[in-house]
Design a protein around this ligand. Structure first.
Ligand SMILES: *Cc1c(COP(=O)(O)O)cnc(C)c1O
Length: 458
């Protein structure tokens, strides 16, 4: 019998969880104005709000916390990280930042101006926010298959080359400072981009004089899918695949809170020295001096170690295996999810889950609230609230997909937790017909409203 995968680590420190009652949760979510971001973490039993900064660090990463060099300039922790990045990504220039969105802020300050066009695959919300804040426009060129949750496609994060070329033909290249390839593509379901697509997008970008740039938050999970799904990569290591992926781009922004398994951190890598010099000025203004970029020396060390661990096959197999395990459990109950499951999360199709609820009453948000009340499980809406309003007309933008995202923190929960989540969702699934009323907005911010929006029951 072939041995199954098992986590290549064991637990050393544990954090107790409080199991609340349904009555308590009904009270708490009401007090939170039906926004799951407003809940206190102690009010949550299993927290699947995000996989960002929520991973468990290894003993080697915690050792780096003690070894951190807190010198303002030229700290050894910085050089440790620089060496790992050079070795892993083969990129000559690197700037540390305190998060991924900070990397976006710095790089886009150097690159994007009013009226610009930034094509890509389902830009992440902060990425889109930073583009639109500069009065530029993000154009989504993801393949159509990404929007059909029940159709199997191994690389649903791929960019549609025809859609991309249309953008390149329609606008002059001086209006298109970059094309963003998000690996894996968060918004469309943690879906990977194939090496072939990365190569072809890169070639098309270079043909039209546009810089291909990775939004690299989950680059290692993307590499795992290339290894396990794309012909010709079966025998390559994750680190070899990562190096090839980065060879096709001119740079990247990174949220280290994802695949580098740290609680805080980010960075920018670049090939071009003059762009690096330009971005460096913004880094000093917004983040900090070039060798710490808004992070403590100890954070840089933990990040360097996390990058090495996050690109190990056995770890990735257990991590992505757990996501698939939860996905299979839900599928067995008949619950509609995005297939195949992605790298970091299971996405429940809320439109299909709650067919009796009008989209104007926020289907995915309603399902997220139901799941919290049912089992104390906190997921997050990837739907109309997140899609926000059209900046010109101020009308709600109704996205094609209404998803409840269940993001799994790295190395944190067991498969018993997955069974519990599946049971809670099954209970809601069994009474789905009776859910006919959702929520309405009572207060919202002008941009990125989902973080602070307040709701009431219809
Ligand atoms: C998380 C994330 C970001 C933003 O990074 P932060 O560290 O949260 O600021 C950008 N892009 C993608 C794809 C992400 O997942």
């Amino acid at each position: 019998m072939e041995l199954p995968y098992a986590e290549p680590y064991k637990m050393k420190v544990i954090e107790p969880l409080y199991r609340s009652s349904r009555q308590e949760r009904e009270q708490w979510i009401k007090e939170a104005r039906y926004n799951l971001f407003n809940l206190k973490s102690e009010q949550v039993f299993i927290d699947l709000l995000t996989d960002s900064g929520t991973g468990a660090m290894s003993q080697y990463q915690w050792s780096e916390i003690m070894l951190g060099d807190e010198s303002y300039a030229g700290s050894s922790s910085f050089f440790k990280l620089k060496n790992v990045i050079t070795q892993l990504l083969d990129m000559p220039h690197f700037l540390p930042t305190h998060q991924g969105r900070a990397a976006e802020n710095v790089l886009f300050s150097a690159l994007i101006k009013e009226g610009d066009i930034v094509p890509g695959n389902s830009h992440f919300d902060t990425t889109k926010g930073h583009i639109e804040y500069r009065k530029a426009r993000a154009i989504d060129c993801t393949i159509d298959e990404a929007c059909n949750t029940s159709e199997f496609h191994p690389f649903k994060g791929n960019i549609d080359l025809e859609k991309l070329e249309e953008v390149f033909k329609k606008y002059p290249s001086d209006k298109i400072p970059l094309c963003i390839i998000t690996v894996t593509c968060n918004t469309s379901g943690g879906q990977p981009v194939s090496m072939e697509n990365i190569r072809e997008v890169s070639a098309l970008c270079h043909k039209y004089g546009v810089m291909p740039i990775f939004d690299a938050a989950r680059f290692a999970e993307n590499a795992y899918f290339i290894k396990t799904r794309e012909q010709g990569f079966e025998n390559k290591t994750i680190k070899e695949i990562v190096k090839e992926m980065f060879s096709y781009v001119e740079g990247a922004t990174m949220s280290s809170k994802k695949d580098a398994i740290v609680n805080i951190g980010g960075f920018i890598v670049l090939r071009d020295k003059s762009l690096f010099d330009k971005a460096s000025v913004f880094n000093i203004m917004y983040e900090g001096y070039l060798t710490y970029g808004g992070l403590a020396g100890r954070d840089l060390g933990a990040l360097a170690q996390g990058l090495m661990e996050g690109t190990e096959f056995d770890y990735l197999e257990a991590r992505i295996g757990q996501v698939a395990y939860l996905g299979e459990k839900l599928t067995q109950s008949g619950i509609p999810i995005q297939v195949p499951t992605g790298g970091h999360a299971v996405f429940v199709d809320a439109k299909k889950f709650l067919p009796n609820l009008p989209k104007e009453e926020y289907q995915a948000q309603t399902l997220a609230i139901e799941l919290y009340i049912e089992g104390g499980v906190r997921g997050v809406e990837i739907g109309t609230l997140l899609a926000d309003r059209n900046p010109v007309t101020r009308e709600n933008r109704y996205p094609q997909l209404e998803l409840l995202r269940l993001a799994l923190p790295r190395r944190v929960y067991t498969n018993n937790h997955m069974d519990y989540i599946a049971a809670a969702l099954k209970n809601i699934w069994d009474r789905r017909e009776s859910i006919t009323k959702g929520f309405r907005i009572t207060s919202e911010a002008p941009i990125m409203r989902h973080f602070t929006v307040e709701l009431e029951r219809v």
